[in-house]
Design a protein. Structure first.
Length: 247
């Protein structure tokens, strides 16, 4: 009888475990990529490049978002047209994923944002270097954090997610939270005023630190600006790019 009871308990445990696993699998299967959670909007629709433009503020005369805004309208339109041809050459959509080949101008939201919470998944390759520009300013750093990546001398070994162009606090992540190559990484970025908080794979890597204005170093960061996906030397993929405006 005792053996029977133990066998019955084991069987029930296995049934329960199987049910839990099945439930999780079903939940994962039912999740639709690029469909935003409640309160968020999808910046990438999973099908095409609607809502995006191409821009690299570093390459324009004056080297800043303000320089582009102050351009004569005709000159700005000419730049945008040229950049869009570049986007189509280096950016594509593959099975619901936004793909860059490691080259070209940065994919940039056509809309400017002030305070926001940004969610996105990314996956990159060895030797790649990328980042997320906030209000058009660099950047939440993404890179190869291995010794083979060749950037330990500038602290790549500390991990991705830091505000790399900061002079002081927030420049380097609090912990190394990168997943191995071939796996997706999840970023949660919260920007309020001049302060930025970053979670990488649900680990806190930047804790409410002031973001420096890379372009006008003696000025505070711009009140509004676009989200930019940087390209720099290696393929990177994005999916589930969602944003929620904050007051």
């Amino acid at each position: 009888m005792k053996c029977f009871k133990m066998s019955l308990c084991c069987a029930l445990a296995v049934m329960f475990l199987g049910s839990s696993v099945l439930s999780a699998a079903e939940k994962k299967k039912s999740h639709k990529r690029n469909v935003p959670p409640a309160g968020f909007q999808a910046l990438f629709n999973g099908k095409d490049l609607s809502g995006w433009i191409g821009m690299n503020f570093h390459s324009v005369k004056g080297k800043s978002p303000l320089a582009v805004k102050n351009m004569p309208a005709a000159e700005r339109e000419e730049l945008l047209e040229k950049n869009w041809k570049d986007v189509l050459e280096h950016w594509s959509v593959d099975k619901g994923e936004l793909v860059n080949d490691g080259h070209g101008v940065y994919l940039t939201t056509a809309t400017d944002y002030a305070n926001f919470e940004l969610l996105l998944d990314y996956k990159t390759v060895a030797l790649a270097d990328s980042g997320i520009y906030l209000r058009g300013v660099p950047q939440v750093q993404i890179w190869d954090t291995t010794e083979a990546g060749g950037k330990w001398k500038i602290k790549a070994n500390l991990g991705s997610g830091g505000l790399f162009n900061n002079k002081g606090e927030g420049k380097h992540p609090l912990v190394h939270a990168d997943n191995p190559f071939g796996e997706w990484n999840h970023l949660q970025i919260i920007m309020k005023g001049e302060k930025v908080t970053v979670y990488l794979n649900e680990k806190l890597v930047v804790d409410n630190k002031k973001m420096d204005n890379y372009f006008e170093k003696d000025q505070p960061i711009y009140a509004t600006g676009p989200i930019q996906l940087q390209t720099h030397g290696g393929e990177i993929r994005f999916r589930d790019v969602f944003l929620k405006k904050l007051k």
